[in-house]
Design a protein around this ligand. Sequence first.
Ligand code: FES
Length: 634
Amino acid sequence: MRFLPDDLEVQAGEGETILEIAARAGIVLRGACGGDGTCGRCLVLLKNGAVRDRDGDVIAEPGTALRACRSYPVGDPVIEIPQTSRLAEHQVLTGEGEDGLLGAGASDTGAADDPLLARVRLSLTPPEPGGIPDDWGRLQAALAGRTGQPVNADLAVLCDLPAVLRAEAGAVTVDLGLESGPGAKVVTVRAGHTAAPAYGVAIDLGTTTVVVELVELEQGRTVGTLGTYNRQAAYGDDVISRIIYAAERPGGRRQLQEAVLDTVNSLIGELGRRHGISPEEIRVAVCAGNPTMTHLFLGVDPAFIRLEPYTPAANFWPLCRAGELGLFLHPRAPVHVLPGVASYLGGDITGGVTVSGFGAGGEVTLFVDIGTNGEMVLGDGDWLVGCACSAGPAFEGSGLSSGMRASEGAIEQVGISAGGFEVVYRTIGGGPPVGICGSGLIAALAGLTRAGVIDRAGRFVPGLETPRWRRTAAGEEFVLAWGRETGHHQDIVLTGADIQNLLRAKAAIYAGVRSMLAAVGLEQDQVARILIAGGFGRFLPLRDAVAIGMLPDVPRQRYAYVGNASLQGARAALLSRRRLAMIEDTARKLTYLELGEGTGFMEEFTSALFIPHTDLSLFSSAREEGAYADRGGR
Ligand code: FES
């Protein structure tokens, strides 16, 4: 079959949907519902030929719009994939030091003090009578003498060892893989003393985006960083839909593993091309991700993550080799995966918390990473509690009528005049708007409240006199941008259902914070520092996020933005065994709080469903700023 406008010809496999065939061809569709046929985001057009649906009915009418996840090719059809159905490139947070809307926090990713791969140059004396009787014994003794720790190797290293040791009169360069504890393992031995530096990669395995940082290990210098969307997005927007896909589709787990490996490999390949470094020269990797992403990356069954009592296959993962995973590095390169704590608190958080300056000086600190899950940790360094709450994909623009991810054309900032007559907005890239992303949604919600368009329960105030408010067959809605202004000539709206969806998302995050505070008997005023992590945090309109009751109302200077803490954690471990040990220590120390029935979370959640909350005394400064009027709601 053929895909347009890419003009790609692909051989369809037995029983494969068009969505799966496209994904195999490198065209990633927006499979928000994981192929359930319910989201309608994967629409494609039949240009020529025929397809069949799940019931076997054949469709041969050119111009028919099809759900790619429910359609199968018949013969060799031609399918057009519209831009709106593709997963667009979007803003990917690639590392630290980027200016966000909040002040930057102090992270300790540090220099290379003891990287997880050591390049050792040795000059071995020739074998002699009465000396060490074998080649491996000679090398092992020399390495142990240099590094002060026991060294071992796989059989594959020994296969060519005799010739390698003799090729340059005993001069060899050995790459040694290290862990947080004692012991080292040979990755490669080559003849001669190479002056070339050793490289490693830090990998942030995000549900939505994946980022790879290529690092020169001896100096701790970043060679380049690249990020892109996670190709798993073709199989569902959030972790739950991907777990279901992996569990219920034949070969689903393997498909998801291949999708994320393809994503990582394409980034490594591109970094290598740009910087003239062969992937073979990359000798170690450290990955950080949430537990579902980690399971899928390693090919481990994630099914029990979503079933009570929510048990992951592992929190601490064994070291594996790039070759056994299918990672595009030296095949014997060790791959470390940062440890997690529970089914919804993974190595992205333990790594991020450890390197973000959390608890510096013994201050009570709150670390918040907002994505489809809100993951948070509270503590002072000596004690740590953490939790995760499902915010849903609303802040990533999914499940909303005009929602989209933070990519070109997304409304990212909104201002609304009193009564809702005037709307000003800013888009990513400055062009005409095509949707609204998370930061824009928070600003819109705050703006609509300040302007008196919605009440504190998120309902449209009756009798609004603005053409922007209207009632349709599907309910009430507010027009943020008219079709004449937009890139697709359709109005961009926020419906009553969208607003309720957003209220649930913001309530989940605030209720998570409140539940943790309650668990340790603290009030929000006692939190000295709030560290915001993650790509979304970079563009978070803090004043609006507080005004809608998503984040605690404390002096703004207590907030700091720490960037992509997951990537920073992976990088820090890559460059330092000591920091890897600290991350492992964080994972062991952290007490996980399950937010379910009987924990008080649901009561907190219900109170937080209002703007900003049922208890206005928690948001006194936002109230003084005039963020909302005391009417409506409760
Ligand atoms: S309808 Fe096809 S992926 Fe949702």
